[in-house]
Every structure is written in structure tokens, then in C-alpha cells.
Design a protein around this ligand. Structure first.
Ligand code: NAD
Ligand code: UD1
Length: 339
């Protein structure tokens, strides 16, 4: 089976490609390298013995996409490509709507022309906004998003749902990721953010390796056990396996399939600092700071639907998430860039 993987050179896409190859599925990657390095290809090869086919190009380029579909017998698409920095999305809304929303719809149009009607889309728990209750189920309200990035994910979900209701022979799977962290356990692949990391784990990792002085803990007066924000961190390898499970089960059934991909467990910022300190064998320096605007107190997933329907559940602990992140960071202090 051949699967087109848009954004397959990025953090989640690259780990998913490793698991695809290991499952006997052939990934064909397209990526414009706006947030990835070509070095990822040789890392995938080092882990799997196979270098996936890669085309550098943009999902908004219809002629380019048409040619990729024309040249390969593609059966399904996993669509990771997009921009993902919340703060940047506030400053550059047009770029975010163009990349994420327009890009997704150009892709769907090209899929329809090529007769490929199985699509797995990278959505986010951000579509739930600030939840009234936790754990969050797939039936929880969506749409009260607080920034252009979140709205772009919600818009794509809406557009793809409309597409399915108009053309019922599609299999459309919306995977709502909670907080992906961790790295391949070999330390060969991991997250390589450009500039100052926005997210917690890569920031902690850079403090531990000495690239940053200390972590600012955003808020310590939330109504949570230790006052810091609580999230559902999920190991990127578990997330990768969730995509394989989705492809193999619902990917071949027409329908609009929606799943949370999380662990069902919440951890606070200070829990993550403690776990990382244990993993790297030294205390991670931090300072308690005011809340970050737009943040929510707590958020974790109900995983029952994915367990029941996909036969998938996350198995890796927070200790493995931090150990694998540290392994990657210490083997690759500057990420994929040469020192
Ligand atoms: P990433 O930035 O590492 O990967 C995205 C990849 O897409 C990059 O390699 C980038 O070069 C490529 N890309 C961007 N725009 C493109 C375009 N127009 N055409 C072709 N390629 C393009 O991000 P990631 O963390 O791997 O996230 C993958 C997907 O999952 C994204 O859609 C993101 O919004 C979503 N998601 C991520 C998280 C997270 O915390 N990492 C959480 C929820 C959802
Ligand atoms: C953020 C995004 C969300 C996106 C998700 C996964 C915001 C407002 N939301 O969510 O849209 O889907 O990432 O990519 O950015 N923290 C610190 N110090 C830091 C960084 C983070 O204390 O330097 C805290 C945050 O306040 C939060 C927790 O760590 O409590 C996790 O933060 P982060 O990794 O940015 O993820 P989210 O806020 O869940």
C-alpha cells in the first residue's frame, strides 16, 4: 500500500513514516521544507533501511500535487503539512489560513481528481478551546478557538465534514492530537524547533542541554493540584502508531471518523520538570511566572473511542517521553543542524 504523507519531513510525520515502513506501508513524502531539514530522510533510512520517496513541494501547488498522484498508485493520504505556532498565527493570520485551510482544500481537490478518497487529517485538541469538563470526549463542543491556528484547524474539520456529507464515498479521519512529545527511542529522530521553542518539552530539553538558562513556568495559580497547567502529553511513537491503526481500520471504510489521540492522563508543568530532571540526572532550572495569555488550566482526553474503534491506546509513560526526549537532545544538541 502506498500512502502520500504531506509534511512527512516534520516532527510527527517523520516518526509516522518510520512506523509506516515498519508496517509494510510505503510512504511517499511531500514537504516544502519550511519547517524541516532534508537530513530527516537519512535518519528514516538509518532506522528502517529504506529511504522514502521524497518530493519537495507545496500542498497549495495543484499542478505539483496532480503530478505526484499521476505518477504513483496512492491509496490514502495522511495530511500533516501546515503551520503550527500559535503566537505566529496571531501575527500572520493570512499565512496560516492559506497554508492550513487553503492547502487542505487544494489537497482534497487533487485527491478527488485522482480518485483517492481516504484522508487522515492532523487536527488538534485546540478545536475544543477551553473545555467545560475533562476528560474531553469527541462529542465535547468544538469551535470556541482562541487564535488563528486553532481556527484554521476547526475550519478544515468543518470543510472536510461538509465534503463527506456531500460525497459519502470518502473516508475522512480527523485525529485530534493532545500534546505530542518525545522522540524515537534510538535518539536518531526527534523534535527540532527553529528559534525559541513555544512548547514546554522542547524548551525544557534546551534548558537541560544548556542552550537556555531556565524555564519560565507560565502560571502557578491555576485551579490544579500544584497550580500549574495540566496537559495530556502523548509520546510521538504512540501517536505514530495511532495513525497506522486509523489507516488500517477506518481508512478503508467510508465515513467521517473522529478520534482523540491522547493518553487520558494529565500531567502538570512541574510534573514534567520533575520527570525531565530525573531523565537527565540534573535539576532543570525554572522560575514561576505569570500565566501565558490564552492558556487554559487543564486538558486531557477521553481515549475510550479510539480504544474501542481503532484498537489503539497509548502505552508509553511520561518517564519514557522525557527519557527519549533527553536521549535525542543529548545526541543532537543542535537538532538536525550540524554544530
Ligand atoms: P512540523 O512543523 O514539524 O511538520 C509540518 C511539516 O509540514 C514541516 O515539515 C513543514 O516543512 C511542512 N509544511 C508546512 N507547510 C507546508 C506546505 N504548505 N506544503 C508542504 N509542506 C508544508 O509540525 P508537527 O509537529 O509535525 O505537526 C504536524 C501536524 O500536526 C500539523 O498539521 C500540526 O498543526 C498538527 N498538530 C501538531 C501538534 C504538535 O504539538 N506538534 C499538536 C496538534 C496538531
Ligand atoms: C499549545 C497550543 C495549542 C497546540 C499545542 C500543541 C497555545 C496557547 N496553545 O498548547 O494550540 O495545539 O500547543 O502544539 O500555545 N508552558 C510553560 N512554559 C513554557 C511553555 C509552556 O510553563 O515555556 C506551560 C503552558 O503554560 C502549558 C503547558 O506548559 O500549561 C504546555 O504548554 P505547550 O507545550 O505550549 O502546549 P499547550 O499550551 O497545551
Amino acid at each position: 500500500m502506498k500512502v502520500l504523507v504531506t509534511g512527512g519531513m516534520g516532527y510527527i510525520g517523520s516518526h509516522t513514516c518510520v512506523r509506516l515502513i515498519e508496517s509494510g506501508i510505503e510512504p511517499i513524502i511531500i514537504d516544502n521544507l519550511s519547517n524541516a531539514k532534508v537530513e530527516v530522510l537519512s535518519r528514516i533510512e538509518a532506522l528502517t533501511g529504506q529511504q522514502p520517496l521524497f518530493y519537495q513541494g507545496d500542498v497549495r501547488d495543484e499542478v505539483f500535487l496532480d503530478s505526484v498522484f499521476a505518477n504513483h498508485n496512492i491509496q490514502a493520504v495522511i495530511h500533516f503539512a501546515g503551520l503550527k505556532a500559535v503566537g505566529e498565527s496571531v501575527a500572520k493570520p493570512l499565512e496560516y489560513y492559506d497554508n492550513n485551510v487553503n492547502g487542505s482544500f487544494v489537497l482534497a481537490r487533487c485527491m478527488r481528481k485522482a480518485g483517492v478518497k481516504s484522508l487522515v487529517f492532523s487536527s488538534s485538541a485546540t478545536v475544543y478551546g477551553d473545555p467545560d469538563t475533562v476528560p474531553i470526549t469527541e462529542a465535547s463542543p468544538t469551535g470556541a478557538t482562541t487564535n488563528p491556528y486553532g481556527r484554521s484547524k476547526y475550519m478544515v474539520e468543518q470543510g472536510l465534514s461538509d465534503l463527506f456529507f456531500a460525497e459519502g464515498d470518502w473516508s475522512i479521519t480527523l485525529l485530534r492530537y493532545f500534546n505530542p512529545v518525545g522522540a524515537h527511542p534510538s535518539g536518531t529522530m526527534g523534535e527540532d524547533p527553529q528559534g525559541i521553542p513555544n512548547n514546554l518539552m522542547p524548551f525544557i530539553a534546551q534548558v537541560a542541554i544548556g542552550r537556555r538558562e531556565y524555564l519560565s513556568v507560565f502560571g502557578h495559580d491555576y485551579p490544579t493540584p500544584d497550580g500549574t497547567g495540566v496537559r495530556d502529553y502523548i509520546h510521538v511513537m504512540d501517536l505514530a502508531e495511532g495513525h497506522i491503526a486509523a489507516l488500517k481500520t477506518v481508512g478503508e471504510q467510508s465515513g467521517l471518523h473522529i478520534y482523540n489521540l491522547g493518553t487520558g492522563k494529565g500531567s502538570s508543568v512541574l510534573d514534567m520538570v520533575e520527570a525531565f530532571s530525573a531523565a537527565c540526572g540534573q535539576p532543570v532550572r525554572y522560575e514561576l511566572c505569570p500565566r501565558r495569555p490564552g492558556d487554559i488550566a487543564e486538558c486531557w482526553a477521553s481515549t475510550a473511542k479510539a480504544e474501542r474503534e481503532l484498537g489503539w491506546q497509548a502505552t508509553r509513560s511520561v518517564a519514557e517521553m522525557t527519557a527519549d526526549t533527553w536521549h535525542w537532545q543529548s545526541k543532537n544538541p543542535q537538532g538536525y543542524s550540524p554544530e
